[in-house]
Design a protein. Structure first.
Length: 330
């Protein structure tokens, strides 16, 4: 498989001399390079950010990603009320994939990825001070145990939280309800709401904006059409069973996509977004699809809406790079 970034301004993300690139060639499979996890994505994004900072520092960059779970993954141990028990528990932890000394995922005898427990962190009171989610080790009755939602809420001033249910049936709370159950209250707490994905955190630390496409709409990503162009070129090459030939053909097919065609792919996305606007009559379509697409369209076509800098530096243009996607497996 191949993972890369593409821009309507520059084509594939690389340095001007072509010596530095964000492209990753990955042999997917447990017997090969494993699977392209969130850690691999972050590593690639770091390389992309380094290229942008070094060679394109004067532009406002935007990364557009598919709304996939590997893109939305939060940091290990990140704050989440989804599975929290109501009362203290000595067995509640967050879990992360175990990495061996060789840097690869550790698998059990049955082929499953081994998980290791870690404490959940990141809770904050309204004044910004940190809140411990676990009792201290010298606690008289629950040393080192998770406090439970009741105690967490009580520390935040919800003194009657013990009278509430842990959660409503199937967590389908009544419309507009904000304090119907312990889990709903925590879901609405500012520190729980503010948790961002690891991808967003990394990009924002480099002043790069991140947009996620609507769920199940990867066709709105212009890089998909670039993959299609490259696949067509790949099928024109002679067949081979040699891995070196397959890799060389993949790289050649990708590099054969002309910048003009990349820009045509971006323009094609504009017509889809306009069509969605015309068809999006319901409030659900409007909020889940149309609004995100409008922001995506503004980034894909920055020169339609020039922004004037208040510091008198003239016009600011955005150079959006479409998301990491799989091209295929040799």
């Amino acid at each position: 498989m191949v993972a890369d970034f593409v821009s309507a301004d520059y084509g594939w993300l690389r340095s001007p001399d072509g010596n530095e690139t964000a492209r990753v060639l990955f042999r997917a499979g447990k017997g090969w390079d494993g699977y392209f996890t969130n850690a691999d994505i972050l590593k690639q994004v770091w390389a992309a950010l380094s290229i942008l900072a070094k060679h394109y520092p004067c532009e406002d960059h935007v990364f557009i990603f598919d709304n996939a779970t590997t893109h939305q993954k939060r940091a290990d141990g990140a704050l989440s009320a989804r599975n929290m028990p109501k009362y203290p528990s000595k067995s509640f932890y967050a879990y992360r994939n175990k990495i061996g000394n060789d840097g690869y995922l550790v698998y059990s005898a049955d082929g499953q990825i081994v998980k290791e427990p870690i404490q959940m962190t990141g809770a904050k009171f309204s004044n910004g001070s940190p809140q411990d989610l676990y009792f201290p080790m010298d606690h008289p009755s629950n040393p080192g145990a998770f406090k439970g939602m009741t105690n967490i809420l009580a520390e935040r001033g919800y003194t009657d939280s013990s009278l509430l249910r842990a959660q409503c049936d199937s967590f389908k709370c009544a419309a507009g309800a904000a304090s119907c159950c312990c889990r709903r209250i925590l879901f609405n707490e500012p520190d729980f709401v503010a948790i961002k994905s690891s991808l967003e955190t990394l990009c924002h630390s480099h002043s790069v904006h991140v947009l996620f496409l609507p769920k199940f709409h990867c066709e709105l990503n212009p890089i998909e059409q670039c993959w299609g162009y490259a696949k067509r070129k790949y099928r024109e090459y002679p067949r081979s069973s040699k891995e070196s030939d397959l890799e060389r053909n993949v790289v050649s097919a990708l590099d054969s996509v002309p910048l003009r065609s990349i820009r045509q792919c971006v323009v094609a996305i504009s017509s889809i977004t306009c069509c969605t606007w015309r068809c999006g009559n319901s409030q659900e379509i409007h909020s889940q699809i149309c609004q995100p697409l409008t922001e995506v369209q503004r980034c894909l076509f920055p020169r339609l809406e020039w922004e004037t800098s208040s510091m008198g530096r003239g016009k600011v243009s955005r150079s959006p790079y479409a998301s990491i996607n799989t091209f295929g497996r040799a």
